[in-house]
Design a protein around this ligand. Structure first.
Ligand code: FBP
Length: 246
């Protein structure tokens, strides 16, 4: 279906680089603060896609690299207080013009602003699919309605909402419990599950987690800091590919 352009043998490793908006430059060093470095990394590492906000895509994405572009359509800073809401900042049309094959959107399930994000997202799904773009939804349970964002039932509920709302791929966090993850993947049905990387782990920890995730029939990774915060990312990329494609 629409997500096929992002998959190889049904799996993918996507390189996420929207942290400049979500977290700020504190995530970066002298090297990875430059989006050109990330574009080179995506190309040399042969990722199945690179995730940029519109501004970075406009100025740094190289279509000739052959690396599929995913444009993140909403975003927010870590500075805002209260229940999280992330509004749409870029249109599907603009993503198409930038050469995207997919768009991304974050929903904070359980936030008191959930309904606004559902509404915005539903329109995006319609428009993206009309343009044959895949839709990836970041499903992050957060806000007043959520006591524990890593609770099995809450995560499975979030994955199910992704299916109900028409997402092709759902990006989830791993709660380090394989039984829970198997159930979450089942709840997502035909919506494919990719796992976010999170803050930087040791090689051993990261590889162990990814092995566990892939064993639960997830479709792969949408990972950022655990790749581009490493001094030599190519070694870990090779190992991650060996796990994802077995
Ligand atoms: P990482 O692999 O670096 O964790 O990136 C995944 C991601 O979903 C990014 O796309 C996004 O910027 C960030 O995490 C948001 O994380 P959080 O809301 O937990 O700070």
């Amino acid at each position: 279906m629409f997500e096929e352009k992002l998959l190889r043998d049904g799996k993918c490793i996507l390189l996420a680089y929207d942290q400049g908006l979500e977290h700020g430059p504190t995530d970066f060093n002298d090297v990875n603060v430059d989006p050109t470095y990330i574009m080179d990394l995506a190309e040399k590492g042969q990722f199945n896609g690179v995730i940029f906000q519109r501004g970075i895509a406009e100025k740094y994405y190289r279509k000739e690299s052959g690396i599929p572009l995913i444009v993140k359509l909403n975003g927010k800073t870590r500075l805002e207080k209260g229940d999280p809401i992330s509004h749409q900042l870029c249109s599907v049309k603009e993503a198409v013009d930038l050469g995207a094959v997919a768009v991304g959107y974050t929903i904070y399930v359980g936030s008191s602003h959930e309904a606004e994000m559902f509404e915005e997202f539903s329109k995006i799904v319609e428009e993206a699919h009309d343009n044959e773009l895949a839709v990836i939804v970041w499903m992050y349970p957060r806000g007043e309605g959520i006591a524990d964002e890593f609770d099995k039932d809450i995560l499975a509920y979030s994955a199910r909402i992704a299916l109900e709302l028409g997402a092709d791929i759902v990006k989830m966090k791993y709660n380090k419990n394989q039984d829970d993850l198997r159930w979450i993947v089942k709840a997502a049905g035909k919506t494919k599950v990719v796992i976010a990387g999170g803050s930087k782990l040791s090689d051993e920890e990261l590889l162990k987690e990814v092995k566990e995730e892939i064993a639960c029939s997830t479709c792969g990774l949408a990972i950022g800091r655990n790749i581009w915060q490493r001094n030599n990312p190519y070694e870990i990329i090779k190992k991650l590919k060996a796990i994802v494609w077995g």
